[in-house]
Design a protein around this ligand. Structure first.
Ligand code: NAD
Length: 296
């Protein structure tokens, strides 16, 4: 797909990758780990303008200070303390990486103000998503749309998809997820979603869950990991120096397949965030995950 000049809607070959360029972007949670990366990315990417930043933890600070003056063309955006401050700004898309209760508020504000929203905050429940669907109704008067994705790393999303494609064709599969030592939950949400997708793919193909292996004596508790969706054994590794990594290993007579994804730092999420920013104006209502934006 060839990007068009600012403001032009361009359409991909399958009609799913329509994007708008020349976009005015506000970042909620601008001082956070992800928010800073989003600010830096918006400042650096052609066709995106950073016009607002919200974070009560950094209210009054120039965005340039948050970024250690490393942002190109950092401009004069100053962080404000509340999402309602966005009402006075001409803005196309708000990006929110914060905490659940804050993102709920951001979404409510964006829907009523007619601002498209891209949200990366994790932890949305089914009830939350129902509420969001009621806020962002396709074809509503305000016309705002929303993309919510628990994982903006395109490589991770492709890894999950590839694992689903492979799942019906192998006799066994295990997942190893590896993260930094500060991660509190195990196994990771991404590894669980990967296993769910693999289990669904097997069921759709008319295959049973992966059969149990021959282990009868577990010498050390946990040595075979935890039994995840579809009977898939899941193993969690926690080590300093790691960021977010995952391997999906498949076995069949005489052959194996390993699918691995590595996130080395938070920049790994930014191509997916930009994809969502550019696509959200042309995707009516709520889009869950970036899979539809990738055409998969
Ligand atoms: P963080 O704690 O570093 O940042 C959150 C920021 O929100 C903080 O700077 C805080 O001051 C700010 N904040 C608090 N109250 C606010 C308010 N009322 N208005 C605006 N900002 C407010 O967290 P993080 O590591 O950047 O992660 C944020 C979220 O993104 C988490 O839910 C995390 O799980 C998620 N995440 C998602 C992806 C993805 O691909 N979808 C990737 C990484 C992280």
């Amino acid at each position: 797909m060839t990007p068009g000049p600012p403001g032009l809607v361009t359409r991909g070959p399958r009609g799913t990758l329509a994007r708008v360029t020349g976009m005015r972007v506000g970042v909620v949670g601008a001082g956070g780990r992800m928010g800073r990366e989003v600010c830096r990315t918006v400042l650096e990417r052609p066709g995106l303008d950073l016009v607002a930043a919200v974070d009560p933890g950094y209210s009054g600070s120039p965005v340039a200070d948050l970024l250690g003056n490393s942002g190109h063309g950092v401009g004069d955006v100053t962080v404000t303390d509340d999402v309602t401050a966005l009402s006075g700004v001409d803005i196309d898309v708000v990006v929110d990486f914060t905490h659940l209760e804050i993102s709920r508020r951001t979404l409510s504000h964006c829907a009523s103000a007619g601002i498209h929203a891209v949200v990366g905050t994790t932890g949305f429940t089914e009830d939350d998503l129902d509420d969001v669907a009621e806020l962002f109704v396709p074809g509503s008067v305000n016309g705002a749309n929303c993309v919510i994705a628990a994982n903006f790393a395109i490589g991770a999303v492709l890894m999950m998809r590839f694992a689903s494609i492979a799942a019906p064709w192998f006799e066994s599969a295990e997942i190893i997820e590896l993260h930094h030592e500060a991660k509190r939950d195990a196994p990771s949400g991404t590894s669980l979603r990967t296993a769910e997708g693999m289990a669904e793919a097997r069921a759709d193909a008319g295959k049973d869950a992966f059969p149990p292996d021959a282990t009868t004596t577990v010498v050390l508790e946990g040595a075979r990991g935890g039994a995840g969706p579809g009977g898939i054994r899941m193993h969690s590794v926690r080590l300093p120096g790691l960021v977010a990594h995952q391997e999906v290993l498949f076995g069949a007579p005489g052959q194996g397949l390993t699918i691995r994804h590595d996130s080395y730092d938070r920049s790994s999420f930014m191509d997916g965030v930009v994809l969502a920013i550019e696509a959200v104006p042309t995707r009516p209502g709520v889009t869950l995950g970036i899979e539809p934006l990738l055409g998969i």
